[in-house]
Write a protein that binds this ligand. Structure first.
Ligand code: PLP
Length: 396
């Protein structure tokens, strides 16, 4: 029989997702790795205790469960190493703390996930790190914004809530000419639809809370680094003590097995609804990178292998003082969609997006922006629910 690793290298993505990251015969043939709960790991004698000359040494530094997940993520991302952390937000803050020091400057995309901005404006500021926000559409023009002390360029593509696409290769090339580390929040695409390290990014970040976990019940983050940045990232995670729980690591590994088929369904349903919504009277714009009408569509088509299940619509708002009332009417009329944060789970969710913290990429102003996470429900039921929302908004 051929070596399984060789077979998997050339296999399709769902085959790989079904097998990467664990070796059943390391665990008596059981298909899934055990959930190892551990702080203490025993050493056989004083010499091994002193030299740490064994695979596992302490719970914070990895277990067979967390290793299985990290190996799977490395296989998906093409990374040299992956650290796991207790939330998607920690997956952003840990690499920022790994690569930034007092007196440094960072460039962060203006369409960034809100709590990332809050971390920059509060904790990084307090630590003496200056942050400027740049236009997601800047492309190679980022070079003009780089200062002698710019040490990190953070990207997120598509952007949070408004889905602006970034030219990741052009930004990475410019940043590297000046010695800056490039990080990317790749949560939207997952490594199935975009592999940041292939486009010059050094650190790929995931809120694994979303599609990898997939069931709205786990908070988790992964950070995958190329060889040049792995050691510093790993050392920082150990130093901070931001380890994740083995139960959650197990759930995320379990989620990966079905992520490919779930994503296909999220993608197909979301696209069908996005296309329909483009033709709907109450909707001014649909913000979905896979729609040819979307300004960043060409970049999406050039670089991405697919689209996940979250996008936004902009309602025709009338006068600005009615925007909020229209958004609330839409949301309150929904029955299948839950009103809640996060995304990537099995169920539909909707939220009224606030763009008040944007500095450069102000986003649509003509009406309220509503973010829709399209779940695994049947499209006809989701559509009927959105129609209820639209009718309620029309009546305002
Ligand atoms: C793009 C993006 N990154 C990071 C996060 C943070 O993930 P978590 O909720 O696990 O902290 C989120 C959460 O919504 C997100 O949308």
């Amino acid at each position: 029989m051929k070596d399984k690793d060789t077979l998997l290298q050339n296999a399709g993505i769902n085959t790989r997702l079904s097998h990467i990251g664990n070796s059943p015969f390391d665990f008596h043939g059981f298909v899934n790795p055990p959930v190892v709960h551990a702080s203490t790991v025993l050493f056989p004698n004083a010499r091994v205790m002193e030299t740490h000359d064994q695979k596992y040494t302490y719970g914070t530094r990895g277990t067979p469960t967390t290793d299985a997940l990290c190996e799977a993520m490395d296989a998906l991302e093409g990374s040299a190493g992956t650290v796991i952390v207790p939330s998607g937000l920690a997956a952003v803050t840990v690499p920022f703390l790994a690569f930034l020091s007092a007196g440094d400057h960072a460039l962060v995309v203006d369409s960034v996930y809100g709590p990332t901005r809050f971390f920059c404006d509060t904790m990084l500021k307090r630590l003496g790190i200056e942050v400027d926000y740049y236009d997601p559409l800047v492309g190679a023009g980022i070079e003009q914004l780089i200062k002698p002390n710019t040490k990190l360029v953070h990207t997120e593509s598509p952007g949070s809530n408004t889905f602006e696409m970034q030219d990741i290769s052009a930004i990475s090339a410019a940043a590297h000419r000046h010695g800056a580390v490039v990080t990317m929040d790749n949560t939207w695409a997952t490594p199935l639809y975009f592999r940041p390290l292939d486009f010059g990014v050094d650190i790929s970040i995931h809120a694994a809370t979303k599609y990898p976990a997939g069931h709205s019940d786990v908070l988790f983050g992964t950070v995958s680094a190329n060889a040049a940045h792995w050691e510093q990232l790993h050392e920082t995670q150990i130093t901070l003590g931001t380890c994740a729980s083995p139960d959650d690591a197990y759930q995320v590994l379990r989620g990966l097995r079905t992520m490919g088929v779930r994503l296909e369904r999220h993608q197909d349903s979301a696209l069908e609804l996005a296309r329909w919504l483009e033709g709907v009277d109450e909707v001014s714009r649909v913000l979905h990178p896979a729609l040819p009408s979307f300004p960043g569509h060409d970049l999406w088509k050039r670089d991405f292998k697919g689209a996940s299940g979250i996008f936004s619509i902009v309602l025709k708002g009338g006068s600005p003082d009615r925007h909020k009332a229209k958004a609330h009417a839409f949301l309150d009329a929904l029955g299948i969609f839950g009103l809640g944060y996060s995304w990537g789970g099995f169920e539909c969710l909707a939220v009224h997006v606030h763009l008040g913290d944007r500095r450069v990429a102000k986003g649509p102003q003509e009406g309220p922006v509503l973010r829709l996470q399209i779940g695994l429900e049947d499209v006809k039921d989701i559509k009927a629910d959105i129609e209820r929302g639209l009718a309620a908004a029309r009546a305002v």
